[in-house]
Design a protein around this ligand. Structure first.
Ligand code: TRP
Length: 339
């Protein structure tokens, strides 16, 4: 196989997002916005990972709506089916098929060492195997498309390491097949804290602002954001360096206004409510064009369906090719043994 550089083709990037409905501000800053950039420079495959979401224990009946809402968010932020393959994981059954075969080269000890597994496992009396095996499916997602690079947050770095280990082990056992996928960590903006100012922004924690929220809904959410806990009265001097609202301003507010807020906050001249008002207005304004595009897709669900169908067909063509190579290399192609 010639290297991508030799062949003069773009490197393949794979990334996935769980369908927990409409994307939120953390999804946008940490993933979707960088993906929109990446789709121009790389051969991108973007996946709504509904099979992963099953391990999280949500209600499967919510899945269709959550998948569609996330697909609308993908298209509204500017992920472009002309430039990237956009599809739903369960439309390509080869993901779970490859994950099963990867069981053969993945030590249980490696899975048990994953910090995300250890965190999640605490919430169960009887731990579902799906929680343990989750990173195997993630490795299959990436390697099914021979993904050479994956934009991930810090919290996914370990899963990507495991993906590389799986690729190495597979290649050593059955012959050179998969690339050792590199992490594109610097493409994001790091961890985006939720409105509680404590935990990573996440739908399940209820500390998010949806990117498709109307301005009054944005205000309803931002109003609840936790600021500097030592600031009790409006004229108490504030500490922007410990205030998550000030951090969020960094993504939505121009430098001059931020400098002004910083000075006035320290002097107790601007209250938290006023400061949040500015943030809320800027968020609502920044997402205006995205809301408009989302309204279009909501009014034309058939366009969304067609995009996902076409994406799945393109994804599946690649996935089938990889699977037949994998089966052949592993000696699983029993048909060829029947002469
Ligand atoms: N585990 C990732 C998350 O929770 C989602 C995901 C699934 C993913 N498969 C992937 C991310 C493949 C990157 C590549 O954020």
């Amino acid at each position: 196989m010639s290297s991508p550089a030799q062949a003069g083709r773009k490197k393949r990037v794979f990334s996935g997002m769980q369908p927990s409905g409409e994307a939120h501000l953390g999804n946008y800053l940490g993933a979707l916005r960088p993906w929109v950039q990446l789709q121009r420079e790389y051969d991108c495959v973007f996946c709504i990972v509904d099979d992963h979401a099953i391990t999280a224990g949500g209600n499967p009946a919510d899945m269709p709506k959550n998948v569609v809402d996330l697909a609308v968010s993908f298209l509204a932020v500017g992920l472009d089916p002309e430039q990237a393959i956009i599809f739903v994981q369960s439309d390509v059954p080869e993901h779970t098929e490859l994950a099963w075969l990867f069981n053969a080269v993945t030590p249980v000890g490696d899975l048990e060492r994953m910090t995300q597994y250890k965190d999640k496992a605490q919430h169960f009396e009887s731990i579902p195997a799906g929680i343990l095996n989750y990173p195997i499916l993630q490795a299959a997602d990436i390697l099914l498309y021979k993904g050479e690079a994956v934009p991930v947050g810090e919290d996914q770095r370990q899963h990507l390491e495991l993906t590389r280990d799986i690729a190495r082990k597979f290649n050593a056992a059955y012959g050179e097949t998969f690339p050792e996928t590199e992490a594109l960590i610097d493409k994001g903006v790091g961890r985006i804290l939720g409105l509680d100012g404590e935990a990573k922004m996440s739908k399940s924690l209820g500390n998010t602002v949806g990117i498709l929220a109307e301005p009054d809904e944005v205000w309803g959410r931002v109003r609840t954001a936790v600021t500097d806990p030592q600031r009790v009265r409006r004229d108490d001097p504030g500490r922007p360096e410990v205030c998550n609202v000030f951090t969020l301003h960094g993504h939505f507010t121009d430098a001059e206004t931020r400098a002004d807020i910083e000075v006035k906050c320290r002097a107790g001249e601007i209250g938290c409510v006023d400061c949040k008002r500015i943030l809320s207005d800027n968020i609502a304004e920044a997402f205006g064009p995205i809301r408009e595009r989302a309204a279009h897709y909501r009014a034309h669900p058939e366009e969304v369906r067609r995009t996902l169908q076409e994406g799945a067909e393109r994804a599946r063509a690649i996935a089938r090719e990889t699977m037949s190579e994998v089966r052949e290399k592993m000696g699983l192609d029993w048909r060829s043994a029947i002469v």
